[in-house]
Design a protein. Structure first.
Length: 1058
């Protein structure tokens, strides 16, 4: 066995009821060191901790009090992650050692605890007042753990405080027999199962053991341990110095009593002698000990049993007698006399006690009063309805000094309490002051501000970020605050002033971000990726540094203009009619093909787009001209996307303005996990589910009486993750069944996702009149974009509510948890939805060109009854109609079945969601008037198309034809699909693995693209082999998934081969 090194970590402490109690024999260890100068036993201290080094590992052993019985020691051993708790140190360390090394090696507990080390034993044995010892009596071991002296020869001069124990059988089980001398009587307590099972009392040791009928072959003195020579020697050493009451004036003699009995058990600075001086000067022989001792000690001092016992021993040595008529355990009050004949006084006190004239616990009404009042103050807060109110009951009846001394309150608190009594009455609750609600603005002005900042041309609502204080979605301002103020003051000349307007924007959820990006794939592909690619061309193909810097600046200005400035000059009336503009790019009527006026001008901002491409072509090789023309087409397509998005988003408000008391506008959307790392990421990169679907239906109805819009949100969560037309129909079925009152007509708006914008759902809607007696007035599909409607605000609040739910310590493990987290959002009704999937699975046809049609209707009157009608945009283009015969042909064998989903009862929110209805500014001027005003305003910042030179003039004529912004006029021919070349794929894989090995060198899709372009310049890669950034991003996603699968399979195979 290797050498063991032991270090003492914690010394531990002595616990009186354990080390000097009935089970104390288990808390003292016999020394194994042959040294006569060291005591025969040393204590096992509670909390002592040692560190033993075994086989190059640290084993920490700690002594604890047993958790099961609170009387015996137990040993906690730990080494690393291995630990056990045993009743002996040997078992504990051996078991941990075997668990670690799988060897059956056993170590001695005394060795690993350091009980064979003299320096450790010296620490354990320090500061011990009395060390227990044992003696032999036949087969019995008597353990003496307390000594006391007296003058009685039949006790062999032992006295109060003497304690010993012996182990013997009681009811056929082992028990501890404790022998004690207390209150001048002899006791035997039988302990079994850590409780007193039996008690015997006698006048002498022989008498009490004879009464017990146990171990009768030995005398009581022998069983007490009083016949043992070691015991007698220790009693002789403890011979008590004594003195009579007439000798109390002898300080030297009294000091010997103090040093013998009290010095080691109490404070060093206690003026103990004053007790005897006062007692000696008092004519009365009797004192109440508890009251006298309080005069010597601080008020907060708590007496231990040993300290109080030391005082009692000292009083007995001073020839004082205890004449208390009740036991010490019954009351803390004790009567002592210095009389030479205490028996007579004790009989008097006993008689008074039996007659009821003397109480063991006298009631002190004054002390009780102050104690109760102090408790009342502690239980109340420092408010005018708390401590001051309680103290006002007595504040006027006591002086400042009395209140401060007895209750520990400050003079200011007393003063405020007296004021409370005068103002409100003694102990009465404070009178509630009237609350004045001062409204700085008229309600109409506040409604104007709120309405202004719900418009799409003013703010852009975040779909995922919320304001930390209000919990509402972040609103990105579309322009600087000064520009917004000018627009606000023009529309509302009688509204709030500029200072109030700017102040309400500061520190709120309204944020200005210059380079805020879109979240839709078209913005990403046609806009941001195109600009990133052009920027790469400038960096790699333009050699002149001055030209490179100039082109970069122009590119940034062009991007800012197309993203933010272009949409500001688009005009549309409050009725949803496109307005004429002199600029061919900004005229929505011309963009959508309904303008018959000829256009000859283009604004400077739009013509700069063509000038830029002419300029960059002059600095790059002709081989890149075709690629640059493709980028120009994408940017023009991006402008068309902005035009359609602006027009369709405006029609959200147009349809809300058309609401009456019989109708409802419904906006629907699925909840997505949109968690972008920056403001420039695309939605497709952050789309995912957690095994559940949440479909929201936001229902607007008009409150004619209060001139407000009532909003109800139906959130349906489901474990069915099939986001398709049938799920949408099932969710709306649940909404119609629970709407009260049910509207006569509805208008529905949504994004153009495949779960809405599909043939199947258009066919199902045609049956709603028969199924629900609701007229489907129209369904408008909005253009993809960021935060189109108020439903995105609701989804942002859902995200915030879920985050808060998790921060409070809850979990989101099922749809029920989601329901709990979001049900208190204003106006929200939550239910679990389970669609029935038993409908027919027959395939149906597809309506030709459905994706380019944004407005649909289902007439129920007139010659078009039963038809399905659609057009490219609301109010734009001719209606395309499908007759019932054509519809049946498209449906083939499929029959429209009414959804019959299962759903739970909707939760009800305690808060309502309403919006004010603000009268829109009257802009009902004719198109001719608008054109005339526009021509006057644009004359200074526009140029005639005939003055545009070069290829730009021809491009403008060829591109900005009538209806250029419509999807139906876009070239839908897709580029031929081609694979990534092996050489490019090899480089991509190297970059991917480099990032996997070292995350600091991880490549993004943009960085990979730039590296491939650099390899083209070095001649290592053909230019045609460089894929698009979006292609690289898709490749990263797929390759990462495959790589994880391969590594998982390898790991499983490696484990199987072990």
């Amino acid at each position: 066995m290797s050498q063991t090194y032991v270090t003492l970590v914690e010394t531990g402490s002595l616990v009186e009821n354990l080390h000097y109690g009935p089970y104390s024999r288990y808390w003292w260890e016999i020394l194994s060191i042959p040294d006569s100068n060291i005591q025969l036993r040393f204590p096992i201290r509670a909390g002592q901790k040692t560190d033993a080094g075994l086989n190059r590992r640290d084993f920490y052993i700690t002594v604890q009090i047993s958790g099961s019985n609170q009387m015996l020691p137990e040993y906690f051993c730990q080494s690393g992650e291995f630990w056990v708790i045993e009743t002996s140190a040997t078992k504990a360390v051996s078991e941990v050692y075997q668990n670690i090394f799988q060897k059956k090696t056993r170590y001695s507990g005394s060795i690993v605890m350091g009980w064979d080390k003299k320096n450790i034993i010296d620490v354990f044995s320090s500061n011990i007042d009395f060390c227990p010892f044992s003696c032999k009596l036949g087969d019995y071991e008597i353990f003496i753990y307390g000594l006391g002296l007296s003058t009685r020869s039949d006790w062999n001069q032992a006295g109060n405080g003497y304690k010993s124990s012996i182990i013997h059988t009681y009811k056929k089980r082992a028990a501890i027999f404790v022998s004690e001398i207390e209150d001048d009587k002899c006791y035997i307590y039988i302990y079994q199962d850590f409780k007193i099972q039996k008690t015997f009392v006698g006048t002498t040791p022989d008498d009490v053991w004879k009464n017990s009928n146990y171990i009768q072959k030995f005398s009581g003195k022998e069983l007490f341990g009083l016949e043992d020579q070691i015991t007698l020697q220790k009693l002789n050493k403890l011979r008590i110095p004594q003195c009579a009451s007439h000798e109390w004036s002898n300080f030297k003699l009294m000091k010997k009593l103090y040093e013998y009995h009290l010095q080691r058990q109490t404070f060093a600075k206690i003026e103990w002698y004053k007790l005897f001086v006062r007692w000696n000067q008092n004519e009365c022989n009797v004192i109440e000990l508890n009251s006298e001792l309080k005069l010597l000690y601080p008020p907060e001092h708590q007496f231990s049993d040993r300290e109080l016992g030391a005082w009692l021993s000292m009083l007995r040595a001073a020839r004082c007698s205890d004449i208390t008529p009740w036991s010490h355990g019954k009351s803390k009050y004790q009567f002592w006399t210095k009389s030479k004949n205490p028996i007579q006084e004790k009989q008097i006190f006993t008689t008074l006690y039996k007659m009821g004239f003397l109480s063991s616990n006298p009631s002190n009404s004054t002390e009780t009063f102050w104690s109760c009042f102090q408790q009342a103050l502690n239980d109340n807060k420092k408010t005018r309805d708390g401590k001051r109110r309680i103290l006002s009951i007595i504040a006027n009846d006591f002086t400042y000094e009395e209140l401060e001394h007895n209750l520990g309150v400050a003079s200011y608190t007393v003063l405020e309490s007296r004021r409370h009594a005068v103002l409100n009455g003694f102990g009465a609750p404070p009178i509630e002051k009237p609350k004045f609600h001062r409204l700085k603005f008229k309600i109409e002005q506040v409604d104007q501000f709120d309405h202004f900042f719900t418009r799409k041309d003013i703010v852009n609502m975040s779909s995922y970020r919320t304001h930390s204080k209000s919990g509402l979605p972040i609103m990105y301002l579309q322009d600087h605050k000064q520009a917004l103020w000018e627009k606000f003051s023009e529309e509302y000349p009688n509204g709030m002033r500029r200072t109030a307007f700017i102040t309400r924007l500061q520190g709120s959820r309204f944020v200005y971000q210059d380079n805020l990006g879109g979240l839709c794939s078209e913005c990403n592909e046609c806009g941001y990726e195109s600009f990133a690619s052009i920027n790469t061309i400038i960096d790699t193909h333009v050699e002149d540094e001055f030209s490179k810097e100039e082109l970069t600046q122009k590119l940034n200005s062009l991007r800012r203009y197309m993203r933010r400035e272009y949409i500001k000059d688009l005009k549309i009336t409050s009725s949803g009619t496109p307005a004429h503009k002199s600029c061919i790019c900004h005229c929505l009527s011309h963009s959508f093909g309904i303008c018959n006026l000829q256009r000859f001008e283009i604004c400077n901002g739009c013509v700069e787009l063509f000038h830029f491409f002419d300029l960059i072509k002059n600095h790059v090789d002709g081989e890149l001209h075709e690629l640059l023309d493709d980028y120009l087409k994408k940017l023009i397509s991006w402008l068309g996307h902005h035009a359609r998005k602006f027009y369709l988003n405006t029609h959200v408000q147009v349809n809300l303005d058309e609401l009456d008391e019989d109708g409802a506008v419904i906006i629907v959307d699925y909840k997505m996990r949109i968690l972008p790392h920056t403001a420039r990421e695309t939605k497709s990169q952050f789309f995912g589910k957690r095994g559940w679907t949440l479909h929201s239906s936001l229902v607007y109805t008009k409150d004619i009486t209060n001139n407000k819009l009532d909003i109800q949100v139906y959130d349906h969560w489901s474990d069915d993750t099939g986001q398709d037309a049938w799920f949408t129909a099932s969710s709306l079925h649940t909404v119609f069944e629970n709407l009260d009152p049910k509207p006569k007509w509805i208008t529905v708006m949504s994004d153009n996702g495949p779960h809405y914008h599909c043939t199947e759902l258009m066919m199902i809607i045609g049956q709603w009149k028969d199924w629900y007696d609701i007229v489907s007035r129209k369904w408008i599909f909005l253009e993809a974009g960021e935060a189109k409607t108020l439903i995105d605000s609701h989804h942002a609040q859902i995200s915030q509510a879920i985050k808060r739910h998790v921060k409070l310590g809850c979990t989101i493990e099922s749809g029920d948890d989601i329901e709990t987290a979001i049900h208190e959002i204003a106006g929200t009704k939550v239910a679990n939805l389970l669609p029935n999937r038993d409908q027919g699975k027959e395939k149906i046809g597809t309506i030709a060109g459905i994706k380019s049609l944004h407005e649909w209707t289902w007439p129920v009157q007139g010659e078009d009854t039963g038809f399905v009608c659609a057009r490219i945009l609301p109010g734009i283009g001719e209606w395309k109609k499908w007759s019932p015969v054509q519809i049946k042909k498209i449906q083939k064998q499929r029959k429209n079945e009414k959804p019959n989903p299962e759903y739970s009862i909707h939760t009800e929110s305690s808060k309502k969601w309403t919006l004010p209805i603000v009268a829109s500014k009257d802009d009902s001027v004719t198109n001719g008037e608008l054109l005339e005003l526009d021509l006057l305003n644009s004359s200074l910042n526009s140029m005639d198309i005939t003055n545009v030179v070069g290829s730009s003039r021809k491009q403008i004529h060829d591109i900005f034809v009538s209806g250029w912004a419509l999807k139906s006029n876009k070239n839908h021919k897709r580029e031929p699909w081609k694979r990534i070349s092996k050489s490019a794929k090899h480089l991509l894989e190297n970059m991917f693995h480099t990032g996997t090995a070292n995350p600091n060198n991880k490549f993004s899709a943009q960085q990979m693209y730039e590296e491939l372009v650099r390899r083209v310049q070095l001649g290592e890669l053909d230019e045609n082999d460089v894929p698009k950034i979006s292609t690289i991003q898709n490749w990263i996603t797929g390759f990462s998934r495959k790589w994880k699968e391969i590594m998982a399979i390898r790991e499983l195979e490696a484990r199987e081969n072990e």
